[in-house]
Design a protein around this ligand. Structure first.
Ligand code: GLA
Ligand code: ZN
Length: 679
């Protein structure tokens, strides 16, 4: 395990000294000190500069800059450079290069362009990582390891096919079992030899149904290939970690994750990380709730720990369609947003803007102009100064009474499955329910359905289509023991191999929700229906529009809360509540308009005894972190105007270092970090 030994808010970013001459390094150090930078991540993509050929290592430049940084009080998040291999490696060992989903062998270039199951790639990775770990194991500058960079792309080569067959043997033991689990009798897919199993690509089972929407004609195989690829990349990461831990067992390791990144099952990954870290790149159009969701998802990977914000951009990116400048006050507000959700750092990509290549117009802490007298640099300086005041909240944790269940395997299966609606975006539906929880003005955990749920008062699981028996039991027990559970259409339907739970929808949740869904009707995008409440629910009353999917529901013990207005299922239940054990399960059989979702979630949250952390106006976000019996309340004003707030208790505000109580004003884009005063 291991914790970061530097007990300070990490401030700094990705540093690429090898892109610059040494006279620039001097200027870098001077600027870093001005900003109060205390940590930089490097040498992330420098494999070629560290190993010019198979037999030679050139660490001298790295030694020099690490020493220079350290003697100036700047620590290093030491990165393994394995995200982009040197050209000589790809040239000498062609199996290093991956095959894409179209079946095309890739050529050397770009980055993250390797096969995770290539023996030659693994050997080369082992070597460079071992050299690095040996060399820096006693260096006091090193406070954390950053393994590779943004693991991601899948490979479809023959080495992967071989490894996949072995992975399947380990998982299913016999071909009979595999044939059963994948339902291979369908379309004559029965396998008689392991070698007959091909990787699913655009050459066989996969196809692009609509631009950007991949579907599979053979779900069992496609789903397992995603698990296998996520595992293959994870094994590569674990291989590096193992080497590093031999030399530096106490220095924490991480890799920079990417929020809701579909290809990798981060719930599995996080088990092998000492600290979760991630890269946050919202556009100026992203709602604060959507950024909050990503922070909560990342914190939820290790929910009792703080996390590291490894990258964000001071202003523009280069890779979004429109790369707007961050508006005045926004980078500061977004930095505090991360901290409010559990981050112990403000780190940027990148330190100095590159002179050429695709990221040259990506913003940086040191812009092309070469000085720090810019609007953005001034804001960064202010953040750097303020972070010095926050050390007391380091490693404080976030306790939540409400949770949203999120699952990668479910995401894969739901979107790649054919049927009902082929345009499902899991994240879009999840967002609707997260927003409802966000409006409760309380902390929200976003967690794996396998987590212990007993600590929560309310659990929401939108479109939880795929579950294994363990997760289904976990949810059932939570409700049995008094929990309130809200789920929706397209939930509970299939097992871990995407096989339908026979005997009536919604499968795993039929008994729990006290219903039978006889039909699942899909609406065209221009079709609508409405739900009519049987009686008021909290602030909700009357009629609300609905669309997307309409479940045709029969009650089997549940009570109808609302029924459909139109169509052949008019007057039939659309939303139901069921008493189960000491708890309640609520099933929403259609997509109602947002104000209904928010009203319903609020009603059940209140019923469960969930209180806002502080009652604050619309557009103000509130979260809480705790440490050593102290409570830290964060207020962030995302509105374009100032708001008045009412503080019932007395608080110490960490940034202004003032005691506040009673009436206070929170200016637009401003933040307060309030420690509740005791007594
Ligand atoms: C990612 C990468 C960085 C950089 C940034 C640009 O997060 O990890 O190397 O490319 O994107 O936004
Ligand atoms: Zn491969």
């Amino acid at each position: 395990m291991g914790k970061i030994k530097l007990k300070k808010f990490l401030h700094g970013g990705d540093y690429n000294p090898d892109q610059w001459t040494e006279d620039v390094w001097e200027k870098d150090i001077e600027f870093m000190k001005y900003y109060n930078v205390n940590a930089v991540s490097m040498p992330i993509f420098s494999w070629a500069q560290l190993q010019p050929n198979e037999d030679e290592f050139t660490f001298e430049w790295l030694d020099k800059i690490i020493n220079k940084l350290y003697s100036n009080g700047i620590h290093v998040i030491l990165a393994t450079p394995t995200a982009s291999q040197p050209a000589w490696l790809s040239k000498k060992y062609p199996d290093v290069l991956p095959v894409d989903i179209h079946g095309r062998k890739r050529k050397h270039g770009a980055r993250q362009n390797y096969c995770p199951n290539s023996p030659n790639f693994k050997n080369a990775v082992r070597r460079i990582v071992e050299e690095m770990a040996k060399r820096y194991k006693d260096h006091p500058a090193v406070i954390m390891w950053h393994i590779s960079n943004e693991y991601g792309p899948y490979c479809y080569c023959e080495n992967c096919a071989k490894a996949f067959r072995q992975w399947l043997k380990d998982r299913y033991k016999t071909l009979d079992e595999l044939n059963k689990r994948w339902n291979t009798a369908f379309w004559g897919h029965t396998f008689y030899d392991w070698d007959e199993i091909e990787v699913p690509s655009y050459l066989n089972e996969e196809y692009e149904y609509l631009p950007g929407r991949q579907k599979s004609s053979f779900q069992g195989l496609s789903l397992d290939y995603k698990r296998f690829m996520s595992d293959s990349l994870l094994n590569l990461y674990k291989m590096e970690v193992e080497i590093i831990k031999k030399y530096m067992p106490d220095v924490p390791v991480t890799t920079n994750l990417m929020g809701p990144f579909k290809p990798l099952d981060y719930h599995k990954w996080a088990k092998h990380m000492d600290i979760v870290s991630w890269d946050n790149y919202p556009s100026i159009k992203d709602a604060p709730s959507s950024v909050a969701f990503k922070h909560d998802l990342m914190r939820g990977l290790k929910r009792d720990q703080s996390f590291i914000l490894m990258e964000q951009t001071p202003s523009q990116t280069n890779w979004q369609w429109y790369n707007s400048a961050k508006r005045p006050g926004m980078i500061r507000l977004l930095s505090y947003h991360a901290i409010a959700h559990g981050a112990d750092s403000v780190l940027y990509f990148q330190w100095r803007q590159s002179v050429a290549s695709c990221e040259k117009f990506h913003s940086a802490m040191v812009p092309h102009v070469g000085h720090l007298e810019t609007r953005v640099s001034k804001e960064l300086k202010k953040i750097g100064d303020e972070l010095l005041l926050l050390d007391e909240i380091l490693e404080s944790t976030t306790k939540s009474e409400v949770a949203l269940l999120f699952d990668w395997e479910n995401w894969w299966a739901l979107e790649e499955s054919m049927g009902f609606r082929n345009d499902i975006s899991y994240l879009e539906h999840v967002d609707a329910y997260y927003r409802a929880l966000y409006k409760l003005k309380t902390n929200v955990d976003v967690v794996d359905p396998k987590e212990d749920l007993t600590r929560y008062k309310l659990v929401v699981a939108p479109l939880l289509y795929l579950l294994d028996e363990e997760s289904a039991k976990n949810i059932e027990n939570y409700v049995k023991n008094g929990g309130i559970f809200i789920t929706t259409y397209l939930s509970g339907l299939v097992d871990e191999n995407d096989r339908v739970i026979l005997g009536g929808y919604p499968g795993w949740f039929r008994k729990l929700c006290g219903i039978w869904v006889e039909e699942i009707d899909a609406l065209f995008p221009d079709m609508k229906n409405a739900i009519i409440l049987e009686k008021p629910i909290g602030m909700l009353d009357g009629k609300y529009e609905c669309d997307f999917i309409c479940d045709v529901i029969h009650l089997e013990g549940a009570r109808a809360l609302a029924h459909y207005e139109q169509d052949y299922y008019s007057k039939m239940p659309a939303v139901v509540e069921n008493d189960y054990g000491n708890g309640k399960a609520i099933y929403i059989g259609t997509r109602p308009e947002q104000r209904f979702i928010e009203g319903l979630v609020k009603f059940y949250a209140e019923k469960a005894g969930v209180q806002p952390i502080l009652p604050v106006p619309e557009g103000v976000e509130v979260t809480k972190r705790e440490k050593n019996g102290n409570e830290y309340v964060f207020l962030l004003n995302f509105n374009g105007y100032d708001v008045n707030i009412e503080l019932k208790d007395e608080y110490y505000e960490l940034i202004t270092q003032k005691v506040l109580g009673g009436k206070a004003t929170l200016a637009s884009k401003e933040v307060m970090i309030l420690r509740r005063l005791k007594g």
